[in-house]
Design a protein around this ligand. Structure first.
Ligand SMILES: C[S@@+](CC[C@H](N)C(=O)[O-])C[C@H]1O[C@@H](n2cnc3c(N)ncnc32)[C@H](O)[C@@H]1O
Length: 310
């Protein structure tokens, strides 16, 4: 059985799980959890089932029992495509990880790709690509090679295309990249994992070192807690004098980063400033703004325009 399999492979267990879902949707998470426990007695190796049980227990206010079920999920699915590690951290059952599991983020966006633009742009007032593009435009520069990290479905591409000779996009999710390809705005698109070091991340080869005079990351760094790896990649890609524009979710006070109940990370201005200093990036502009809505509430963000020393 594959850990992410949404069916248990057992007809009776599936029937119990379906009924459990109906109970949960009807506002009875405790009863849903009980039924899910009965399903799992038949298929104890079903990781997705343990994950569902954990969420029902969590909704029923049974934190310790939820932690136990998230731990079982993780034991059956060490790659953690469900993001059980993040849930455990939020429930106090584990330390906050430095970054989310890559397989979890990849699956999240592979599943989300088809409805990403309608969900984010139309329903959640997502404006980072336009705001970041305005910051880039404020330099008045024309760029020879721009690299868009975490390009997703390519919303930033059309906003900056006119001032860029060559535009490359990288993302973890193949389905997001396929959507970006449909736009025919990027000269090249490829898979890469920004949570790895430049040599492991994919396609950031030595031959192509320091090739970019513009690097962008719109609404991406919230899927990476510790930003060391991504700034090492920026350092690898960026030519002397390159501009680097990116956004973070704003945690407010402090000098670190924080895992929010949304399962995204928020960073403080002080934390980002420290990293920029270490990687030789000078701040040209900082804009504090609402970047989108979440659960009907505005999400505060910070946009940075920075320059690598010439
Ligand atoms: C909210 S979307 C933003 C996409 C695009 N930049 C935009 O503004 O529409 C976040 C993107 O970051 C990508 N991403 C998250 N973690 C990543 C990682 N470790 N490496 C590469 N891409 C990642 C996701 O796959 C997703 O496409």
């Amino acid at each position: 059985m594959q850990p992410h399999q949404l069916s248990s492979g057992d007809v009776i267990a599936d029937r119990r799980a379906d009924y459990a879902r109906m109970l949960e949707e009807g506002g009875e998470p405790e009863a849903a959890a009980e039924l899910m426990e009965q399903a799992l007695e038949l298929v104890p190796g079903w990781a997705a089932g343990w994950y569902r049980l954990a969420t029902y227990r969590e909704k029923a206010g049974k934190g310790e029992a939820a932690i136990e079920a998230y731990r079982s999920t993780l034991a059956l699915d060490p790659e953690d495509i469900f993001g059980a590690t993040l849930k455990l951290a939020l429930l106090g059952g584990a330390a906050t990880p430095d970054r989310p599991p890559s397989r979890y983020v990849e699956r999240l966006f592979d599943d989300y790709a088809a409805r990403f633009e309608s969900a984010l742009v139309e329903k959640l007032d997502y404006t980072v690509p336009q705001k970041l593009a305005a910051l880039v435009a404020s330099t008045g520069r024309h760029y020879e090679c721009a690299v868009d990290l975490g390009c997703g479905t390519g919303l930033l591409g059309p906003e900056i295309r006119a001032r860029v000779s060559r535009l490359e996009g990288f993302d973890l999710s193949q389905n997001m990249l396929a959507k970006a390809a449909e736009k025919q705005v990027y000269d090249s698109l490829a898979q890469a994992d920004l949570s790895l070091s430049p040599d492991l991340a994919g396609l950031f080869t030595d031959a192509a070192r320091h090739r970019a005079d513009l690097v962008t990351a719109a609404d991406v760094l919230m899927y990476l807690g510790n930003l060391e790896s991504v700034f090492a990649i920026v350092e690898h890609l960026a030519a002397a004098g390159a501009d680097i524009a990116f956004s973070v979710e704003d945690v407010g006070e402090g000098d670190g980063f924080h895992l929010a109940p949304s399962l995204r990370y928020a960073h403080s201005e002080a934390y980002v400033r420290k990293l920029l200093g270490r990687h030789g990036l000078e701040i040209l502009k900082i804009v504090k703004t609402v970047i989108r809505k979440d659960g009907g509430k505005p999400v505060a963000g910070i946009l940075f325009l920075t320059r690598k020393s010439p």
